[in-house]
Design a binder for this molecule. Structure first.
Ligand SMILES: NC(=O)c1ccc[n+]([C@@H]2O[C@H](COP(=O)([O-])OP(=O)(O)OC[C@H]3O[C@@H](n4cnc5c(N)ncnc54)[C@H](O)[C@@H]3O)[C@@H](O)[C@H]2O)c1
Length: 347
């Protein structure tokens, strides 16, 4: 089997926790080099994952002819510089979300990669959960009827830590909504196949007083007229949240718990009903056919690395192209503008 030879830029955070372990199991991936500004992280990952090289500067990694593609998993404020350098060096790029500090920067990255003829994919890993893929297919088949409403929630407990890049808007581009809520927005777009046309947002700092919001909520209009709601919190204890995802249509609904996560876990229940045929004054809820989706339990990170690898090898389209990912970031940015102005923002 043909393999993609990978370099990893920023190997000490999500790369070490999730993506590198996932990459190790990807059939079409070969790890060649790792790089981190922190030499301890670079050395540790070289040993742990059997990379041939480790570096503390990206130029040395990008100079290697032995590398076809890079995975960039650095703080968001580093994405533009490193993506431009990788594109200039002719390497395909798998870039962590959000693409850039803001939509304008994200678009600059996407156009530069296009100009240089390198493929740019984005790490919206939750699109690879088999339940989310099944839900997308079932909705496309018409079994849920017209989507009329969607809700998604992603939270964690993230207290103040001085000097941390995620708590500084100039380094992260945003807080709970941009870091976590953007996954929810992206999943709603991916699963329903609908685009966001209007956004109303509220963000604030209720518990933690750092430089990004510790909680935010978005109310959205989807392109078929449906409404959608996303909330993301840095101030809910991990054990207190189940990260629900709900999609309702005129013929049924999906109700998921714990699928918005870094593991391919949780439950997804389909309730299909023919109630739309007529009005039932008693609003009986007992006739729905209930099915639990099955087939989870894989490694999301292996799947996303393999899928981008296939695109690099010319075997398929880019699984999450940058211009698609940017639409999810654009909706979150609109929520920030709406929160500041108090007005609904049209996209
Ligand atoms: N898809 C997901 O599941 C997921 C989860 C977490 C984070 N992320 C994204 O991954 C990216 C990194 O987040 P994180 O949580 O791993 O952050 P982190 O701070 O935990 O780790 C970032 C790593 O990058 C290194 N680094 C910092 N500046 C660097 C530079 N200039 N060059 C090279 N390395 C540098 C740090 O030393 C650290 O090892 C962000 O874009 C974030 O949104 C995605």
């Amino acid at each position: 089997m043909k393999k993609v030879r990978w370099g990893v830029i920023g190997c000490g955070g999500i790369a070490d926790r999730r993506t590198l372990p996932g990459m190790m199991k990807a059939e079409n991936a070969e790890l060649v080099a790792v790089m981190d500004v922190n030499p301890d992280f670079a050395n540790k990952c070289k040993e742990k994952y059997g990379a041939k090289y480790c570096f503390t500067d990206e130029a040395s990694l990008l100079a290697l002819d032995e590398i076809d593609a890079v995975y960039i998993a650095t703080p968001v404020f580093c994405h533009k510089k490193q993506a431009f350098a990788a594109a200039e060096a002719g390497k395909h790029i798998f870039l962590e979300k959000p693409v850039g500090l803001d939509v304008e920067e994200a678009k600059e990255i996407a156009s530069f990669c296009e100009k240089k003829g390198v493929k740019l994919g984005v790490g919206f890993v939750m699109r690879f959960h088999s339940f989310h893929r099944q839900m997308k297919e079932i909705i496309a088949s018409g079994k849920l009827g017209d989507v009329v409403s969607a809700r998604a929630q992603f939270t964690c407990w993230y207290p103040e830590m001085p000097g941390v890049w995620r708590q500084d808007r100039s380094k992260s581009g945003g807080g709970a909504l941009m870091d976590m809520g953007v996954h929810c927005v992206d999943l709603i777009r991916f699963i329903t196949g609908l685009e966001i046309t209007e956004v109303s947002g509220m963000v604030g700092n209720q518990v933690f007083k750092y430089g990004v919001e510790d909680a935010g909520a978005m109310l959205m209009r989807l392109s078929n007229g449906a409404t959608a709601y996303v909330d993301a919190n840095f101030n809910i204890p991990d054990d207190a949240a189940v990260c629900k995802l709900e999609i309702y249509g005129t013929k049924g609904s999906f109700f998921c718990e714990g699928t918005i996560a870094q593991d391919e876990a949780g439950t997804a229940i389909l309730r299909a009903s023919d109630d739309s045929a007529g009005y039932d004054a008693s609003q009986s809820r007992s006739s729905a056919e209930t099915v639990s989706l099955t087939g989870g339990g894989g490694n999301l990170y292996t799947k996303e690395v393999e899928a981008f690898g296939k695109a690099v090898l010319g075997e398929c389209d880019i699984p999450v192209p940058a211009l698609d990912a940017i639409l999810s970031q654009q909706a979150v940015e609109a929520a920030y503008r709406s929160s500041a102005s108090g007005a609904v923002v049209k996209l």
